[in-house]
Design a protein around this ligand. Structure first.
Ligand code: ANZ
Length: 924
């Protein structure tokens, strides 16, 4: 045997790798480690398409390369297996989501294994498995049991907070907490009931229950996080989303805002992702101050980044949701304000923020006083003020803020400019309104004016300097079935943790995966969803955790996935530590990638792990888009017109399955069988063919442009698939899938095979000494491929391999000394064929245990150079000379060259310029 039969070869090696456990990672302090992580997939019913493995192929190449370079590699894979689609399917069919999930995982695993990934399947995790979510619940418990100490700038156990309260109440305490915490002394605390104490503690815990305005999606029956809502619709399913107040679990991620922001400096991530996180965190420095409301015992608190413009304030504006709106509104304005508030409620914050054209608002009839000059200023309600940012109220300075300006113009409010030293650069472009130049900070440079104004606020006790973040605490509950149960029960309306020894709290069985008739989440249907303690039976929490819970820490579990006593052993965590390379999509910038950093920092603070940032280096792979094909139906008929002549008819385009089209040519018989309604289709051909139109679109079932890796593997083999996906272009780029070049890649592997087996399929490898040219070809490839992998440029390596194999074929090189190292450098890309030929070369152990060959400069060096020689500025001859000559020797031999004589014609040159390795210039 010895024709290249990729199907046999690939099956054989996949089985061998698995049975020998070659990819199983073990802690080994004698070797440097390399931890390569891929974003783990949600196992959807549709299976993998060719776009999914792109990032996995890249990381597989890197890890196989790193092994050759002597690294101990951890390269795991698993499943993010809680999620909405399995639950929606369960609702429709009654099938338990665990069963659907299991089936999908099975399919995914088979598909992944066929691509020949060097995954350590022993370490597989599934977030929906109780042995995994036991630890997700455990982390939740630690968060519940912690508070954030701003002075120490870290999370600490609640027990330490209790000691502080006992000693000194919360006076002078600098800890992250709810806005509405009141001051209390140690005496107060000691007098509090257990109930009251728990209430207070809940305001400090890093996960807490609070009434929160949420994105409620009635169609999905659940709350969604901000990053799951796009333009007022759910990202999954595209259902309308509304704002609603509900009791929810929250994660106090805002306590970590500053560290999440600063530590971005420490990671090597694509700049756009860092920038998205910075904007999401949205740090602003400014001041918070209160305005007394006339004729009311109320003060309105505002956040401003421009306290220096205080003399330009001409109105205050409240968000429509602001709690004072109802209290302030005067009798004659009541109707107008109520109507306006009702209309504003239907617009999400995101819409209101992005829409600068619609200007709406209403006057409350009430006035406040500017504490700097006691001026009366009207209080308005305005669309552009967001309830969820700052204090939900602004001091409006129309002359210096564009949104205030537009609003003031629209409603005819005063616009008044402030004069300050540095106003020109800081103010809203263009000058508007009257100039008001009074007050003790006028005329000062901006920063100085702000500092003075803040000092005034602090002295008068009406405000202070303030750092404000746009990021909100993260909502942590979903009113759904298929998620982690929260390890919490309720006693007298307050939440308590179940005992650690009762973990995991396993999802109960329910008769339907829908909310109860009373509108409770599906867990409300469970027969016995209570927790029993010595004191009695208590109801358990009915909501489950959101999709991001399990994915916020899975990278730790991979290190030690079977540990029953800890989420990860200290030994494994210390050794594997930070992820060295994380490949995945950029769409997770403000979700998963932020939450993972938050949980890692928290686990670090509490001493459970040793790293503060989970992902050192990250690459975002581009998407592989589909290349859709179209046929053109003659209107009102079952006749289809070929693309090139469609303009001659009145046609409607229709997507056609790309799998029955090859190189844009439609397979007519397959088309007729594709759908029953097409069985009698007729065609108008061009030059005897039906040609389809094509367009690049997202790969999706509905566009019939999904290409399944299984089909490609069936036809060309996994090695070809791997090489071809890399060959498509730079990893980070978005690029359409088209199979036009795949034959070339497949031919390349056959050509490689023929370096080992001659035309008659006879083994032809020889032990002869390699020639200089052969060595040069090899070493060029060794060097280039190494450089490429080190900078994650995989497409360029594929062309290098092709050039190398072409050159060796031209040399008719069948020498072991050349072919052996070539296999090693190719093995990360095309591991099956490399293993097979490696074995044929007589090796009994896997090519994975080889070492990456060293590229030797001496073989790379060009030995001679063809010097262009010019005479009086004109190129007159080319002279080939050895490279190791001195300047004098070059000059001498160039001048002696026969071809030049007629240009020099016996004259003595006036000047000769020699640049060794480059050129010779002669002036005569
Ligand atoms: C007066 C002022 C004058 C302002 C001026 C700006 C320019 P960033 O930088 O994004 O933090 N603001 C405060 N809370 C708001 C809310 N809930 N909804 C909408 N706008 C709000 O923006 C802070 C500035 O945005 C604040 O400073 C406030 O307007 C406004 F020449 O106060 B400023």
């Amino acid at each position: 045997m010895s024709a290249y039969n990729f199907q046999e070869v690939e099956k054989k090696w996949q089985a061998k790798w698995e049975s020998q456990g070659l990819f199983t990672a073990r802690v080994n302090p004698n070797k440097p480690k390399f931890y390569s992580l891929d974003m783990f997939p949600y196992p959807s019913g549709a299976g993998l398409h060719v776009g999914h493995p792109l990032g996995y192929i890249a990381s597989d190449i890197v890890t196989r390369y790193k092994r050759l370079k002597g690294f101990n590699v951890l390269h795991p894979m698993g499943y993010d297996s809680f999620g909405l689609p399995a639950e929606q399917f369960a609702i429709q069919t009654g099938q338990h989501p665990a069963i659907t999930t299991e089936e999908n995982i099975k399919r995914y695993t088979e598909q992944l294994k066929r691509i020949g990934f060097a995954f350590d399947w022993d370490k597989e995790v599934r977030t929906s498995d109780p042995s995994y979510y036991k630890w997700t619940q455990w982390i939740f418990m630690q968060l519940f049991d912690s508070y954030y100490d701003y002075k120490a700038d870290k999370a600490k156990p609640i027990a330490e907070l209790l000691e502080i309260f006992e000693k000194s109440g919360n006076i002078g305490l600098s800890a992250a907490c709810d806005e509405d915490v009141e001051e209390f002394t140690s005496e107060d605390w000691k007098g509090y009931s257990e109930h009251k104490r728990q209430e207070v503690l809940l305001k400090y815990r890093l996960t807490y229950l609070a009434e929160t305005t949420v994105n409620w999606c009635p169609a999905l029956g659940t709350v969604l996080s901000n990053d799951e809502v796009k333009d007022g619709f759910s990202e999954r399913g595209g259902h309308p989303v509304e704002r609603k107040k509900m009791m929810q679990w929250n994660m106090r991620i805002t306590a970590y805002a500053e560290r999440l922001l600063n530590d971005l400096e420490k990671v090597e991530w694509p700049e756009p992702v860092k920038e998205m996180q910075r904007n999401w965190i949205g740090r602003s420095t400014g001041a918070e101050m209160v305005f007394q409301v006339e004729q009311h015992d109320l003060t309105i608190k505002v956040f401003t980044t421009r306290i220096d413009t205080i003399y330009g304030v001409t109105y205050l504006a409240l968000a429509p949701e602001h709690e004072f709106v109802e209290k302030l509104v005067t009798a004659d304005q009541k109707e107008e304000v109520a109507a306006y508030v009702a209309s504003a409620k239907n617009r999400s914050e995101r819409d209101r923020m992005s829409d600068v054209k619609t200007i709406s608002g209403a006057f409350t009839g009430a006035y406040a006083l500017n504490p700097f000059n006691n001026e009366r200023i009207p209080i308005w309600v305005a669309d552009y003020v967001l309830a969820g940012y700052g204090t939900g109220a602004v001091m409006a300075v129309p002359a210096h803020d564009e949104r205030d300006y537009n609003f003031a113009q629209h409603f005819g409010l005063e616009i008044r400019q402030v004069i300050e030293g540095s106003m020109e650069e800081g103010s809203f472009p263009g000058k508007h309104g009257t100039i008001m130049n009074s007050g003790f900070i006028s005329g000062m440079p901006m920063q100085e004016a702000m500092d003075k104004a803040i000092a005034f606020l602090e002295e008068k006790k009406i405000g202070k300097g303030k750092i404000q973040y746009k990021m909100r605490d993260a909502i942590f509950t979903r009113q759904r079935y298929w998620g982690e149960p929260l390890p919490v029960y309720f006693k007298e309306g307050l939440p308590y943790l179940i005992k650690e020894e009762d973990l995991p709290l396993v999802l109960p069985e329910v008769d339907k995966y829908l909310p109860t008739e009373e509108g409770e989440p599906p867990l409300g249907r469970a027969e016995d969803w209570t927790y029993k303690t010595g004191e009695g039976e208590f109801p358990l929490e009915l909501s489950t955790m959101p999709g991001w819970a399990g994915s916020s820490w899975y990278f730790f579990r991979y290190m030690d996935s079977k540990n029953e006593d800890r989420l990860v052993s200290q030994e494994a965590e210390k050794y594997w530590g930070q992820v060295d390379l994380y490949i995945g999509g950029a769409e997770h910038a403000t979700g998963h990638l932020l939450y993972s950093r938050f949980w890692t920092k928290f686990l670090y603070d509490r001493g459970f792990v040793s790293i503060e940032e989970p992902f050192g280096k990250m690459i975002n792979q581009g998407m592989i888009q589909g290349r859709s094909n179209f046929v053109y139906r003659k209107k009102g008929s079952n006749t289809f017109v070929s693309a090139g002549i469609k303009s001659q008819y009145d046609t409607i385009p229709m997507h056609v399955d790309v799998n029955i089209v090859q190189n844009d040519r439609l397979d007519l018989e397959a088309f007729k069988k594709w759908r029953p309604d097409l069985s009698d289709a007729e065609f108008i051909l061009e030059e005897g063919k039906y040609l389809c139109g094509a367009e690049v679109e997202k790969m999706s079932k509905s566009k019939y442009n999904v290409v399944n890796p299984d089909d490609i593997i069936e036809r060309y083999g996994a090695d070809t698939l791997r090489l071809y996906e890399m060959f498509l272009g730079p990893l980070e780029q978005f690029k359409p899938w088209n199979t036009n070049g795949i034959d070339g890649v497949s031919k390349f592997l056959k050509k490689l095979w023929r370096l080992f087996y001659d035309g008659q399929e006879k083994w032809c490898v020889k032990e002869d000494e390699p020639s200089k040219e052969e060595l040069k070809t090899l070493h060029k490839a060794i060097k280039k491929v190494e450089e490429d992998v080190e900078r994650y440029s995989f497409n360029t390596s594929v062309s290098t391999f092709m050039i190398c194999v072409n050159e060796l074929s031209a040399f008719k090189c069948h020498k072991r000394a050349i072919l052996e190292p070539l296999l090693v450098i190719l093995s990360p890309y095309a591991p099956h064929i490399a293993e097979e030929l490696w074995e044929k070369l007589g090796h009994s152990s896997s090519i994975l245990s080889a070492s990456y060959p060293e590229s030797r400069e001496e073989f790379l060096a060009e030995e001679s150079h063809e010097y262009p020689v010019s005479v009086n500025g004109k190129m007159r001859a080319k002279v080939s000379l050895p490279l190791d000559l001195s300047k004098e020797e070059i000059q001498e031999r160039a001048l002696a060259d026969a071809g030049l004589q007629k240009w020099i014609a016996g004259k003595t040159p006036k000047k000769v310029i020699v640049v060794p390795g480059k050129i010779v210039n002669i002036v005569v």
